[in-house]
Design a protein around this ligand. Structure first.
Ligand SMILES: C[S@@+](CC[C@H](N)C(=O)[O-])C[C@H]1O[C@@H](n2cnc3c(N)ncnc32)[C@H](O)[C@@H]1O
Length: 293
């Protein structure tokens, strides 16, 4: 079985498909998911603006329609915005036209083979890009290479465990089937099963191809951190944003306005009760901050 996420992404991120959606979604918060993407944009921008000096060398890799670059430029930073899609770069060009042209560059780049010198950037941000990449190992090695020693890599994807908790079908399966089986297994010791690969499957999400890593659009934070830490990075922070929507077998149970309201309400409760360090593991959007060794 061959991966073809990249080819799918090449078709998806065009004017004919969802390019315009990614350009406009931050203006019209129609769905619960739109709301979560707004939270992600605001948080990523905040993490960067509050922790980096204005002269930091920043690459917004997989910049899409340039929404993060726009926030950074508005805050007084300079930024390089890069994407493999010509249509997305065109949207970025339109969006950034209002800024001083000396403060930004827009260029073609593919994460797996960056035509950028070693140790160029203090920060590489990759928001919503992993999940479309087949050669995760190449992309992580390239990002590591173009970062300066001690440089920062910020990436974001969605969290599989949010779906496990907020999809009631998954929740019931877990409570009434998986959990009892787990408990039964721990209470009844058995002989270790024979496996042809004694070290078990590779780290991170199990992949269908030997020696290949994969990060999915939805993935589990523990797996993602473990995987990326192997590429000369150390995870230093992890944030979780937005909860739900409530579903049953993938079908949304609430109208979007209620789902949005529920997510907003849960986010406020979490903030007021200072529960972030527990709830981030089941929130919809994960933002990871890694340091290059
Ligand atoms: C979901 S959009 C996110 C865009 C933007 N970062 C944001 O947060 O709005 C993903 C973007 O990543 C780009 N992309 C996907 N795979 C890529 C790759 N291998 N190299 C460079 N860009 C890629 C797509 O063209 C698309 O613009």
């Amino acid at each position: 079985m061959e991966f073809n996420h990249k080819n799918n992404a090449k078709v998806l991120f065009t004017k004919e498909k969802i390019g315009q959606y990614w350009n406009d979604l931050y203006k019209h918060v129609a769905t619960c998911l739109d709301y979560h993407f707004i939270l992600r944009l605001e948080s990523s921008a905040k993490i960067i603006t509050e922790n980096f000096p204005k002269d930091a060398k920043i690459l917004d890799l997989g910049c899409g329609a340039g929404v993060l670059s726009e926030r950074l430029l508005a805050a007084g930073f300079s930024v390089d915005a890069a994407d493999m899609s010509a249509d997305m770069r065109e949207l970025t060009t339109q969006r950034l036209a209002k800024f001083d042209a000396n403060k930004y560059k827009i260029f073609h780049a593919e994460c797996e083979k960056l035509e950028i010198a070693d140790s160029t950037y203090d920060l590489v941000a990759c928001i919503g890009v992993f999940g479309y990449i087949d050669d995760v190992d190449k992309a992580l090695s390239e990002i590591n290479r173009v970062l300066k020693p001690g440089g920062t890599f910020i990436m974001s994807i969605r969290n599989e465990d949010n779906r496990n908790i907020f999809d009631l079908a998954n929740l019931f399966k877990f409570v009434f089937y998986k959990l009892p089986r787990k408990i039964f297994k721990t209470l009844t010791p058995t002989k270790a099963p024979h496996t042809s690969n004694p070290s078990g499957p590779g780290p991170g999400t199990a992949t269908p191809l030997a020696n290949k890593f994969f990060i999915d659009i939805f993935d589990r934070p523990k797996d993602v951190i473990k995987l990326i830490n192997q590429f000369n990075f150390s995870a230093i922070e992890f944030y979780g944003l937005g909860y739900g929507p409530l579903q049953f077998n993938g079908k949304t149970l609430l109208p979007e306005t209620m789902a949005k309201g529920m997510s907003r309400m849960l986010s406020s409760v979490v903030r007021v009760c200072r529960l972030e360090k527990f709830t981030k593991w089941v929130a919809d959007i994960s933002i990871y901050v890694f340091k290059k060794h």
